[in-house]
Design a binder for this molecule. Structure first.
Ligand code: 13P
Length: 250
């Protein structure tokens, strides 16, 4: 019912030529995949070249961030119309690294989500607790705060254009994956929240990805959970072979 979505977040990696080489190899490896939505998120500088490389393929383009204003005196920022212009269908918003290092808040996430939707870009909204928050029993409070803050003011139709990515911060880049049961527990909690903030229909239809040390070895077990609809992959998306394996495990 929910089409799985596997997205590769390349973070601060890959020059243009490296990005094109990775995409070319990936395109060949996943050419026969039809039942999974495949997304890559290169750095801003490689978006145009990757877009040309994926033309006519089953791979979709995402950016890793967007600014909330369309244009103006905001040195260094990139807007939703610009991302649309370069070929993006998706944009990652509120990644924990942006919350941690660049002062992203629920309010700025919410503004960016609205800016993206206004230009027909689909937001991948990231939420997730830190280790200390999990250990002190605050996981649900933090997830509630990130989810309700990020999606505030969206209509049901707008929210259904979004994807939520649950990425426990303690599992990102650490090799420490959440267990399938831990992922399922939080994904199910998020659906419960969506029932309250929006509707039962939205709660059932919205796709929720898991992210945090997803690898070919653990992908199928995570994807087998009833409320896990895909993965947001960091490290393992930097090689065509491992990312393609994850896509094919769905
Ligand atoms: P890793 O897969 O490297 O843990 O990164 C996850 C992530 O942050 C994806 O956005």
């Amino acid at each position: 019912m929910r089409t799985p979505i596997i997205a590769g977040n390349w973070k601060l990696n890959k020059t243009i030529s490296e990005a094109v080489a990775l995409t070319t190899a990936l395109k060949a490896s996943v050419a026969d995949v039809a039942d999974v939505e495949i997304v890559v998120a290169p750095a801003f500088t490689a978006l145009a070249a990757v877009n040309a490389t994926i033309a006519g393929s089953n791979i979709r383009l995402s950016a890793q961030d967007v600014y909330s204003e369309d244009s103006g005196a905001f040195t260094g920022e990139v807007s939703a119309p610009m991302l649309k212009d370069v070929g993006c269908d998706y944009v990652i918003i509120g990644h924990s690294e942006r919350r941690q290092y660049f002062g992203e808040t629920n309010e700025s996430v919410n503004q960016k989500v609205k800016a993206a939707l206004a230009h027909d870009l689909k937001p991948i909204i990231c939420v997730g607790e830190q280790l200390e928050e999990r250990e002190t029993g605050q996981t649900e409070t933090v997830i509630d705060d990130h989810v309700t803050g990020g999606i505030a003011g969206l209509s049901d139709a707008e929210l259904l254009s979004c994807v939520i990515a649950y990425e426990p911060v303690w599992a990102i880049g650490t090799g420490k994956t959440a267990t399938p049961a831990q992922a399922q527990e939080v994904h199910s909690f998020i659906r419960g929240l969506l029932r309250k903030t929006h509707s039962a229909e939205v709660a059932v239809q919205l796709r929720i990805q898991y992210g945090g040390s997803v690898k070919p070895e653990n992908a199928s077990e995570l994807m087998a959970q009833p409320d896990v609809d895909g993965a947001l992959v960091g490290g393992a998306s930097l090689e065509a072979e491992s990312f393609a394996q994850i896509v094919k495990f769905v």
